[in-house]
Design a protein around this ligand. Structure first.
Ligand code: ADP
Ligand code: MG
Length: 330
């Protein structure tokens, strides 16, 4: 029997670098997909990707996913190694999510592979498995936002995720708003400062307790200027997510846009995850009529920016729609 798996990418509207301290995020699954076509058969996983020259061939027992060759196979191997009883599988991967651009092609691939290999369980369990897979594959201590958004997406809604208790509240995208993504630069989080940020947040938490419950005023009392700045971002960003959700719900799109710009500024100044090209793109977008606000999205150091606009305001970029989470068709 041939299986067909659809696993969306995601764009984060607001709430970046808050997931790994149990904070608030507001991503949405988008209408760009990684797809796997294939059959459950045999006792190896054999996947080809149209975006990679080398196929991935793996046994069903993998001890060191981080050592697999070719490198893209590490994400596949991470999933194989985290599954209890993966099925053998032969198939092909295609995607129209730009790879390595902050729209989470890696999590889309992991979730698709888990479904292909016969994962059974809740979307939270699926996301947790794929988060562990990504951490093992890449060595990046990533949070759960990407995997959970892709597993649990809701059509026409963003997801307010509390990464502390993993509760999810769908938030309707207003009909008079458009979400536009612009690609700025390819990047990788492997070996990037992402792990430094995770460590700096842990240092802040030793001083003022869990960042999820700390205030901006507490963050400002930290002596070390770098750790202080990181904590100032996270505490203010959690608050901005709540305010952004309220603004969306009451149709105050201008206010929502302002919060996006504040988020970008905080990521640039306090969290140092933006780049000059991303700053310039946000500035350009905000000067364009019909744009309520814009910000970098995802881990940063390159990738994409996201804008909240009136319908039709931008001629450059992809208008993305919120879609349901990953699914399998038989
Ligand atoms: P992002 O998730 O933002 O796109 P990452 O650096 O986290 O960027 O993940 C990109 C990596 O994921 C690629 O370098 C590749 O190893 C793997 N990957 C993602 N999608 C595919 C695909 N369709 N085919 C092969 N590898 C993929
Ligand atoms: Mg990724």
């Amino acid at each position: 029997m041939t299986l067909h798996i659809f696993s969306p990418g995601r764009v984060n509207l607001i709430g970046d670098h808050t997931d790994y301290t149990g904070g608030l995020v507001l991503p949405m699954a988008i209408d760009r997909y990684t797809e796997i076509h294939g059959r459950r058969t045999g006792d190896v996983v054999n996947l080809r990707s149209v975006d990679e020259p080398e196929p991935v061939v793996l046994p069903l027992l993998v001890d060191h996913p981080e050592a697999v060759d070719p490198a893209w196979g590490r994400y596949v191997a991470g999933v194989v190694s985290e599954m209890q009883h993966p099925h053998g599988f032969v198939g092909e991967v295609t995607t129209d999510i730009p790879i390595g651009s902050g729209l989470s092609s890696s999590a889309a691939l992991e979730v698709a592979v888990a479904l292909a290999l016969g994962f059974e369980g809740t979307s939270i369990e699926l996301a947790q498995l794929c988060q562990r897979a990504e951490q093992r594959a890449s060595g990046v201590p990533c949070g759960i936002m990407d995997q959970l958004c892709i597993a649990a997406g809701v059509r026409d809604h963003a997801l307010l995720i509390d990464c502390g208790d993993l509760s999810i509240e769908p938030v309707a995208i207003p009909a008079d708003a458009e979400i536009v993504v612009q690609h700025i630069a390819h990047r990788t989080l492997v070996g990037s400062a992402y792990a430094d940020r995770v460590r700096e947040c842990a240092q802040a938490e030793q001083l003022i307790g869990p960042l999820r419950h700390a205030t901006f005023a507490q963050a400002r009392t930290i002596d070390d200027p770098v750790v202080r700045a990181r904590a100032m971002h996270v505490t203010s960003e959690n608050l901005r997510v709540t305010q952004f959700v309220a603004a969306l719900r009451s149709g105050e799109l201008r206010h929502a846009g302002q919060l996006m710009v504040e988020s970008h500024r905080s990521l640039a100044e306090h969290y140092a995850t933006s780049t000059p090209a991303m700053d310039a793109a946000v500035e350009r977008l905000c000067a364009t009529p019909g744009v309520f606000g814009a910000r970098m999205t995802g881990g940063g150091f390159g990738g994409c920016v996201v804008a909240l606009t009136e319908p039709g305001a931008l001629s450059h970029g992809w208008v993305v729609r919120a879609v349901d989470g990953a699914r399998i068709e038989r």
